[in-house]
Design a protein around this ligand. Structure first.
Ligand code: PMP
Length: 418
């Protein structure tokens, strides 16, 4: 097994992964003989001290409920919360901070759009267009919407490398298409979708574009204005922030026309038993007490990524993905699932003659943490005719040593299973 910090030559692209690793206490753990080789960041990422400290600071120094108290502590917590909204605005290059809605996660963001925008704007005979590579979070809410309003779900296919077939997507667009919902990056395959081009095509038939950005934001800069999408969703826990908090970006002109998703405190202007009037955006969509310390942690996570620079991270990870792709190709009987020309972070594969869960269990015994299963993308698995894959996913703190450890452990699996 390789020592985790061996690959000091990895910092060839203006980013030093070895230094970044030092920010993550879990990667320094000393309670076990084996260093942690963590290759499951697509499921949820590890947290740097900066994020852990921000959450702790919030509870220790500036915690109170927000938007309520007249006292100083509440005002400070509110100011922190609203500052993070501005951080999120800059993080995705939104035009205005009122376009940022805090939600629990990507799943809630998509459900919000499906419920609020969807029920008001999609009717019988209309269509919602998604792709074959979507996570269940970007399938099921649209299926539920279609069932509720009598609309039809259409699916743009992927090719055998796992890339979206843009000509097929274009053919499926028509004046009945009201919503086009696509992943920016596929969690099961790593394929990157050409969102700006999809926006252009969708807008030409009058559809709005909803982007599931859960797997894109940890790996590359995102500019919602350049992508020209109408909604963009992501989760804090995949960008080295806490779980329980996420972001929905919505274009102000659309968001301000939408009805609330949930009713309760904080989202109202006035309430009588006869009639309630609602807050303006974004507060209209933030009913109830939010995850205040979680928002503090999310702010620290976005600052962390911005400080390092997502361009440097993207260059570093591209090089590491190339290295890993090449190294895995040398493992006998390994078939890579998802080889799109434009791809980030994810190495999904099957090993001939060995069930992915068995691979995962033996890798775990070697100290290598990977995900096995359908990755909440059963239709994508079906496309490749596999029930499950082994998925190693890379993040900024992974190095060539981690990849070498994975390959070594896979060779061990090969030894055991022949
Ligand atoms: N979309 C994609 C592409 C994802 O990878 C995930 C998480 N695996 C989600 C949506 C759902 O994210 P969350 O569970 O944080 O809502």
């Amino acid at each position: 097994m390789s020592a985790p910090n061996r690959a000091s030559t990895d910092c060839t692209v203006g980013f030093d992964a070895e230094r970044a690793r030092l920010d993550f206490p879990i990667l320094q753990r000393s309670d076990s003989e084996r260093p942690l080789v963590f290759l499951d960041s697509a499921a949820s990422s590890q947290k740097p001290n900066q994020v852990i400290d921000a959450i702790s600071k919030c509870y220790r120094e500036e915690y109170a409920n927000i938007h309520r108290g007249v006292y100083e502590l509440s005002a400070r917590a509110t100011a922190m919360f609203e500052r993070v909204r501005e951080t999120a605005q800059r993080f995705v290059a939104a035009a205005e901070s009122r376009e940022i809605v805090f939600v629990r996660n990507t799943t809630e963001a998509i459900n919000l759009v499906a419920s609020s925008y969807g029920r008001a704007n999609v009717g019988p005979g209309d269509e919602v267009l998604i792709t074959e590579m979507e996570h269940h979070s970007n399938i099921v809410p649209w299926q539920m919407l279609c069932d509720q309003v009598g609309a039809t779900l259409r699916v743009a296919p992927i090719d055998d490398r796992g890339a979206l077939m843009m000509d097929e997507l274009e053919k499926l667009l028509c004046d009945r298409t009201k919503i086009v919902a696509v992943a920016h990056v596929s969690n099961a395959l790593g394929s990157v979708n050409p969102v700006a081009e999809i926006s252009r095509l969708a807008h030409s038939v009058g559809a709005v574009v909803v982007v599931d950005g859960a797997q894109a934001v940890p790996h590359q800069p995102v500019d919602v204005q350049a992508l020209d999408c109408d909604f963009y969703a992501f989760s804090g826990h995949k960008i080295f922030g806490p779980s329980g908090v996420g972001v929905l970006y919505g274009r102000a002109s659309i968001l301000s026309q939408m009805a609330p998703y949930q009713g309760g405190g904080m989202m109202i202007k006035t309430v009588t038993f006869e009639k309630t009037t609602y807050e303006d955006i974004p507060h209209r969509f933030e009913a109830g007490t939010p995850d205040i310390a979680g928002v503090a942690g999310l702010g620290a996570a976005m600052d962390y990524l911005t400080e390092i620079g997502l361009e440097s991270i993207a260059r570093y990870e591209a090089e590491l993905l190339d290295y890993a792709t090449d190294a895995l190709s040398k493992v006998p009987g390994l078939r890579m699932i998802g080889t799109a020309p434009n791809k980030v972070s994810v190495l999904s594969f099957v090993l001939e003659g060995v069930h992915p869960h068995d691979v995962g269990t033996i890798l775990d015994q070697q100290g290598v943490a990977v995900r096995t299963g359908n990755h909440c993308a059963m239709p994508a698995m079906e496309h490749f005719n596999v029930p499950a894959t082994v998925r190693a996913s890379l993040a900024l703190y992974n190095t060539r040593s981690d990849v070498d450890a994975l390959v070594e452990a896979l060779l061990e699996v090969r030894e055991i299973f022949g």
